[in-house]
Write a protein that binds this ligand. Structure first.
Ligand SMILES: [Zn+2]
Length: 360
């Protein structure tokens, strides 16, 4: 049993870990979540939808392992069932981080059952839990199954979604996430021969201010201004356009003519499928519920109702494009079914609008 002071320290540690994971790029925005066990029946977990930078110790709810009920002003992360599954199945789990880290997530889209690697000359296996929709009991059951069958590993890759890593304490859990990311990156660079970086490069972005388009760079060419004007005219809900010219997005804009979601967050934030113009003369494809517009050989315009939304779309699109390149080079992959994509996209839109309205 932990004392009040020890629990308070754990709350602070959760915040410290979240900020350090943000800094290392293993989590972004409000995505991912972190938890710490208090006793055999309870754990602390980061709340749903709060930015890590805004998180205070008192905002962290306590969840019951037995029935999923919680205490606290803020709702636990919608992915708490995955944490419950790990605490139930693994006695060596006292601290858990769930991330959407780029390379491990991409390995989880290849349709593989495990990632084999070496660490300090020892063989390690990172199992991949079967796919199920985020937040569902089916997903937590799949993760639990993997955690039980692979007692020697403390990381489970979640197919088409992310990873869950754990240890006896915060340091061990974070080290696991780093170890997994290094192994996944190495695998992708060697097996998929995709030495593609995940750095976002900004081209010509713009925003709407009192109904007028403000171009963020003075040297924005007329040809590109026309693209921005077309997008704003067709999408009245868009107020910010981020021109994403990252390596992966550029490659896709040159070589691919259609993309279906390989990752959950792509289906939620970008949309259920995207057409890419095959020449400079092909018309732009601006669709109602698709938050990216590709330009042939010139990256993609990521759309949002705010700057933050557009930048989130840019991050998610970049990762989705890396996953697409990995699957193409690997020659195999597992796409998310159209039915599941529609379900996630609808849920995300519904929850997001509820959240946005409650913040106002
Ligand atoms: Zn997740």
């Amino acid at each position: 049993m932990k004392t009040k002071e020890e629990i308070q320290r754990l709350r602070e540690e959760i915040i410290d870990v979240s900020l350090s994971l943000l800094q290392q790029g293993l989590i972004v925005r409000t995505w991912g979540n972190i938890s710490a066990k208090i006793d055999d029946k309870h754990y602390l977990i980061t709340p749903s939808g709060i930015r890590y930078e805004d998180l205070k110790p008192s905002m962290i709810p306590v969840v019951s392992i037995e029935d999923g009920s919680y205490e606290g002003e803020y709702k636990p992360s919608s992915e708490f069932l995955v944490h419950t599954a790990i605490y139930e199945s693994r006695k060596d789990a006292e601290f858990i981080v769930h991330t959407h880290q780029v390379y491990a997530t991409c390995v989880g889209a290849l349709g593989k059952k495990r990632l084999k690697s070496e660490h300090k000359e020892k063989k390690i296996i990172f199992p991949v839990a079967k796919y199920a929709l985020p937040g569902t009991k089916a997903l937590s059951d799949n993760v639990k199954d993997c955690a039980i069958k692979n007692a020697e590993t403390r990381s489970v890759i979640m197919a088409n979604h992310g990873a869950v890593c754990f240890g006896h304490n915060a340091e061990e859990a974070v080290n696991e996430a780093v170890k997994l990311e290094n192994a996944a990156k190495k695998y992708i660079f060697t097996i998929c021969r995709t030495e593609v970086s995940n750095e976002i490069l900004e081209g010509f972005s713009s925003k709407l201010e009192e109904g007028k388009i403000v171009y963020l760079r003075n040297d924005t060419p007329e040809r590109i201004k026309l693209i921005h004007q077309t997008i704003y005219a067709k999408r009245p809900d868009v107020h910010y356009i981020f021109h994403n010219k990252s390596e992966a997005v550029m490659t896709i804009s040159r070589r691919v003519n259609h993309m279906r979601p390989l990752l959950d967050d792509f289906a939620q934030i970008i949309g259920t499928g995207i057409r890419i113009p095959t020449s400079e003369h092909s018309p732009l494809v601006v669709k109602k519920k698709i938050n990216a517009v590709f330009a042939h050989n010139d990256g993609a315009y990521c759309l949002g109702s705010t700057e933050e939304d557009a930048k989130s779309a840019a991050i998610v699109l970049d990762k989705g494009c890396i996953a697409h390149l990995c699957v193409t080079r690997f020659g195999e992959g597992r796409f998310i079914s159209l039915k599941d994509c529609f379900k996630m996209n609808r849920n995300y839109r519904k929850n997001y609008s509820v959240l946005a309205n409650s913040v106002k």
